[in-house]
Design a protein around this ligand. Sequence first.
Ligand code: CAA
Length: 379
Amino acid sequence: MDFQLTEEQLAVQAAAREFAQNELWAGVIERDEHQKFPTEQIKKMGELGFMGMMVSPEYGGGGMDTVSYVLAMEEISKVDASCSVIMSVNNSLVCWGLEKYGTEEQKRKYLPGLTSGEIIGAFALSEPEAGSDATMQRTTAEDKGDHYLLNGTKNWITNGTTASVYLVVAQTNPEAKHRGINVLIVEKGMDGFVTGPKENKLGIRGSDTCSLMFTDVKVPKENRIGDDGFGFKFAMQVLAGGRIGIASQALGIASGAYELSLKYAQERKAFGVPISQHQAIQFKLADMATNIDAARLLCLQSAHDKDAHQDYAKSGAMAKLFASKVAMDTAVEAVQIHGGYGFVKEYHVERMMRDAKITQIYEGTSEIQKIVISREILK
Ligand code: CAA
């Protein structure tokens, strides 16, 4: 593995850093406090190429590699993890899945809008009774010849109220269990499709999460992705790549909290010296820096595996498992280093601590990552 980043990768990293520092810091506290969706910021991210980074230029994407995506995700997540989850779902789950398995017509219809940030995509797998056990789909897609009749409810859908295009997982043939599942492209505005109210969340409050309700929604047959019954494999494959994105989000939250802590520790004085001169703080900073470097290596390893067309289910799950723990631990320590200031909003680290938690839950809990890793080891 080459540890040297290319000129192009360094340029993407620098562009993402500049954008995040210049355009996301201002307003991040307000967006968090009022659960305000970053409409303008996402539009700009589309213009800069961050919404469809790995999609081929033929469909309006940046044609970049997964390593570049990890670098950009880290920089954006350092400042605003709400923006980065919107970006991650759009890139990894929606655009990547559509480009890899969609028909030419589906790609031409949806990818240019999704990559430019003109429209946003959502991925709808979770249900009230199907979270970790994703095979237990209650949403049904009844085959009616030229269309499917979609009925059911989805939960916890990132980009739920703001998306225009939804990749919806549904059961067509229950007897075939997970091999009877399909993924359908559902558009906002289709008759019988409504979204629920925004969830009032602990973290990533700028991003919108809601339920989706489908009542006799007629979805044309040409909106199915892949062959009949391919839906579960499709979901597992996009999630395997999605975990690299969420791992990078966790990495970014950790490095953001660390950078603020380092700066604060060098400025804040106690007992006559900056607190960075006290060993108690030095040990915390050393642990943070070590863990973050290890998490970054795992993120880059999994991205490298994907770019090299090697299996990345295990390395992606490892990256997510480890980086999300590092995000949580680092953010908690960042609040501790900041003392009382860490407990108030204007110092940012309390938000990072709240944002970090979801990285251990979505796109598979930490326990699910361990299942994926151990199965790969034992198979
Ligand atoms: N690639 C391709 N196929 C895969 C695969 C992969 N990475 N992983 C599994 N499969 C296939 C298997 O080969 C198997 O196929 P066959 O039976 O045809 O051979 C099929 O899928 C079933 O596999 P398993 O028997 O391993 O399935 P399982 O039910 O025992 O459990 C699981 C699998 C890993 C626990 C899975 O259910 C899972 O990942 N659960 C977590 C779901 C999740 O991540 N949800 C997140 C929702 S999206 C989200 O959070 C987005 C957001 O908001 C940010």
